[in-house]
Design a binder for this molecule. Structure first.
Ligand code: GDP
Ligand code: MG
Length: 593
C-alpha cells in the first residue's frame, strides 16, 4: 500500500487537465507513443470534438515501482458531481491553474470540494510555455487562495512536458498512501458506473478495505444485491483484467447485473458472507436543476426517442425524465438536467449517438408550491402550476454565485447582477488592484437564461462563474400563456415572475409576429396571465395570387378561382387553425429575456 498513490486533477475548464494526463500516460509508458492522441482520456466523440471532459476518467499508471491511480475530472460547473465523486476516491489533488488565465471561478469551486474531503493539494501552474503566461501573478493568486508557501507551487507545461516529471515525483512524495486495512473485510466504494452490452453494469471502484478477486461473491450493501464479480481489473486506460484488486486500488468490477439502478453510485461493495460491515458514507443524490420538454422533431419518433433516452440514462444517472404530451408537439418527455450545458450535451448526444432530432422547450427551474390544502408540490413546468386560487405559497431556488473578474469590469457586472435580481454579498481580491471575487445570491431562474453570455460580454470574456444551490426562497410567479388565433399554444407557455410577465409577454408576441408565416386571414397573437390579455398583436393576411398560374385568356376561369379562394378564406377563418411551423417555436424558445 505504501507504493500506491491515488490522486486526481482538478481545475477550471480548459486549464489543461486532460492534456497533463496525456503527458502522465506517456511518461509512465501507460500508452505507447504511437497510440497517443490529444486528450486521450476524453473517450466520448463529443468530448473530443468539443474539447471538454464530461465524464470522470480513471487510469492506472506504473512508475518507478509505484502504482499511480489518477482520475481526470471535468471542469464545468454542471459536472461538479463527477468531480466530488472522484475526490471521495483519492487522497490527493493536483490543482491546475492556467498561467495565462490565473485562478478562475471553478478553480475556486473545485478547490473547496477538495478541501472538504481533506485532500492533499498540490498547486500547479500550467501552460508556462505560452508567451502570455504570467507565472508570478498566478502564484500570488494561488497563495492567496490556498495559503501555501511559494515553493510548494510547481510550474509545468502539459504541452511541452516541461516540469511534468517533477510533478509526478511530487505526487509520490506529497500525497499520502491510501489509508485502509488490508486485513479488514472488503469495502469498495462505487464512484461511477456504466452499462456495457456484454458485461452488464461495470462499476468503477476504490478499494477502501480488504481486496476483491475475480469470481468472488459480492454483496452491495445499499441495494442489497448479491452477485458475482465476473471480472475485476484496472483502467490502463482500457479495461485490463486482473486476478484481484488490493486495498487502495482504483479499478473496475464487472457485475453482470443488467439493471443499472441496482448498482448505485455511492454504494459499498462487500463480500457475500460477512455481515455487520459498515456502509461507506457514499454521496448525496444529485438533483436536476433545470427542466425542459423534449419532443421528437418527427412526431412518429416518440418510441425511438424513449429508447434513446433510456439508453443515455444508463450512463448518465443525473438525467431524469417522464412522459409529457403536447397538442402541437405530440408525445415527448419532461426531462431534468444538472444545468444548461448538461441539457445541450444531452441534446447533442441524442442527435449524434441516436440520430434523434429533438425540439427542446423553454427551460424552467423547479418551483416548490404549497397548495391551499397544504400539499407540497414540485413544479417542473408551466402545465403543472396549479390555479392561483389553489396556491398558498411558492418558492424558487437561489444559487450562491462566485464571479472572478478583472477589476475594471466590476461596475458592469454589478449592473448585470442587479438587473438579474442578484443580491450582493461580498468582494474579495485575488490580487490587489487586478482581479476580484464577487459573491452574490441569484435566483436560478435568472441564471438559466443568458446570464453566462451576458457576463462574458460585460467582461470582454474575462469573467468566470461558479455556482451552487443555496436554498429556496419565497417568490411570486405566474403562468404566461400565449394564444395564437384565440387558441392557447401549450408549448409556448412559461412560468415567469409576476412583475416580469408584461415584458416577457410582449417579447414573445413580437417574436411570433416576425416569424409566423402570413395566412389568408389575420392571425391574432396574444399573451395572457390568468385569462387576462397583457400583450397583443396581429399578423396581417396576404392575398395569395391564385391566378398566377393562369396564362392570359379566359376571364371566367379567373373569377371562378377567386370565388373559390373567398370561400376557402371564410372556412379557414371559421376554424381559425394556424399551423405554427417549428421555426416559429424555435425563434421564441431561443430568444432569451
Ligand atoms: P481541460 O478542460 O482542463 O481538460 O483542458 P484540456 O487538456 O482539454 O486543454 C485545454 C486546451 O489547452 C487545449 O487546447 C490544450 O491543447 C491546451 N493546453 C493544455 N495544456 C497546455 C500547455 O501546457 N500549453 C499550451 N500552450 N496549451 C495547453
Ligand atoms: Mg479535460
Amino acid at each position: 500500500m505504501n507504493l500506491i498513490r491515488d490522486f486526481c486533477i482538478i481545475a477550471h475548464i480548459d486549464h489543461g487537465k486532460s492534456t497533463l494526463a496525456d503527458r502522465f500516460l506517456e511518461l509512465t509508458g501507460t500508452v505507447e507513443k504511437r497510440k497517443m492522441r490529444a486528450q486521450l482520456l476524453d473517450q466520448m466523440d463529443l468530448e473530443q470534438e468539443k474539447g471538454i471532459t464530461i465524464k470522470l476518467a480513471p487510469v492506472r499508471m506504473l512508475y518507478k515501482g509505484y502504482t499511480l491511480n489518477l482520475i481526470d475530472t471535468p471542469g464545468h460547473v454542471d459536472f461538479t458531481y463527477e468531480v466530488s465523486r472522484s475526490l471521495a476516491a483519492v487522497e490527493g489533488a493536483i490543482l491546475l491553474v492556467d498561467a495565462t488565465q490565473g485562478v478562475q471561478a471553478q478553480t475556486l469551486g473545485n478547490l473547496y470540494l477538495a478541501l472538504e474531503q481533506n485532500l492533499t493539494i498540490i498547486p500547479v501552474i500550467n501552460k508556462i510555455d505560452l508567451p502570455a503566461a504570467d507565472v508570478e501573478r498566478a502564484k500570488r493568486e494561488i497563495i492567496q487562495l490556498v495559503g501555501c508557501a511559494p515553493e510548494e507551487i510547481l510550474a509545468v507545461s502539459g504541452k511541452t512536458g516541461e516540469g511534468v516529471e517533477t510533478l509526478l515525483q511530487a505526487v509520490i512524495d506529497r500525497v499520502p498512501p491510501p489509508r485502509g486495512s488490508a486485513e479488514a473485510p472488503l469495502r469498495a466504494l462505487i464512484f461511477d458506473s456504466r452499462f456495457d452490452d456484454y458485461r452488464g453494469v461495470i462499476a468503477s471502484v476504490r478499494i477502501v478495505d480488504g481486496s476483491i478477486a475475480r469470481r468472488q461473491k459480492i454483496h452491495l450493501l445499499g441495494t442489497g444485491v448479491r452477485t458475482e464479480a465476473e471480472e475485476v481489473g484496472v483502467y490502463s486506460p482500457g479495461l485490463t483484467p486482473q486476478e484481484s484488486l488490493a486495498t487502495g486500488m482504483i479499478g473496475y468490477v464487472a457485475t453482470g447485473i443488467k439493471d443499472i439502478a441496482q448498482v448505485r453510485v455511492g454504494d459499498t461493495i462487500t463480500t457475500d458472507k460477512i455481515t455487520g460491515v459498515a456502509q461507506l458514507p457514499g454521496y448525496y443524490e444529485v438533483k436536476p436543476m433545470v427542466f425542459a420538454g423534449i419532443f421528437p422533431k418527427e412526431g412518429n419518433e416518440y418510441s425511438a426517442l424513449r429508447e434513446s433516452m433510456e439508453k443515455l440514462k444508463l450512463n448518465d444517472a443525473a438525467l431524469q425524465f417522464e412522459p409529457e404530451h403536447s397538442q402541437a408537439l405530440g408525445f415527448g418527455f419532461r426531462a431534468g438536467f444538472l444545468g444548461l450545458l448538461h441539457l445541450e450535451i444531452t441534446q447533442e448526444r441524442l442527435r449524434r449517438e441516436y440520430d434523434m432530432d429533438v425540439i427542446v422547450t423553454v427551460p424552467s427551474v423547479a418551483y416548490r408550491v404549497t397548495t391551499a390544502r397544504n400539499e407540497a408540490l414540485i413544479i417542473k413546468g408551466p402545465h403543472e402550476l396549479p390555479d392561483p386560487s389553489h396556491i398558498k405559497h411558492t418558492e424558487e431556488p437561489w444559487m450562491s454565485v462566485d464571479i472572478i473578474t478583472p477589476v475594471e469590469y466590476v461596475g458592469g457586472i454589478m449592473q448585470l447582477t442587479a438587473d438579474r435580481r442578484g443580491r450582493y454579498r461580498t468582494t474579495e481580491y485575488l490580487s490587489v488592484g487586478q482581479r476580484a471575487i464577487l459573491r452574490y445570491d441569484i435566483p436560478l431562474a435568472a441564471l438559466i437564461v443568458d446570464f453566462y453570455d451576458a457576463l462574458k460580454s460585460a467582461s470582454a470574456g474575462y469573467a468566470s462563474l461558479n455556482y451552487e444551490l443555496k436554498g429556496y426562497e419565497t417568490t411570486d410567479i405566474v403562468r404566461l400563456d400565449i394564444l395564437v388565433a384565440d387558441r392557447p399554444v401549450e408549448e409556448l407557455a412559461t412560468i415567469v415572475w409576476r412583475d416580469a410577465a408584461y415584458a416577457a409577454g410582449k417579447r414573445i408576441v413580437e417574436t411570433l409576429k416576425d416569424t409566423l408565416p402570413r395566412q389568408q386571414f389575420v392571425i391574432k397573437i396574444q399573451a395572457a396571465v390568468g385569462g387576462k390579455i397583457i400583450a397583443a398583436d396581429r399578423v396581417a393576411s396576404f392575398r395569395k395570387d391564385v391566378t398566377a398560374k393562369l396564362y392570359g385568356g379566359d376571364v371566367t376561369r379567373k373569377n371562378k378561382l377567386l370565388d373559390k379562394q373567398k370561400k376557402g378564406k371564410k372556412r379557414m377563418r371559421a376554424s381559425g387553425t394556424v399551423d405554427i411551423p417549428p421555426e416559429a417555436y424555435l425563434a421564441v424558445l431561443k430568444k432569451k429575456d
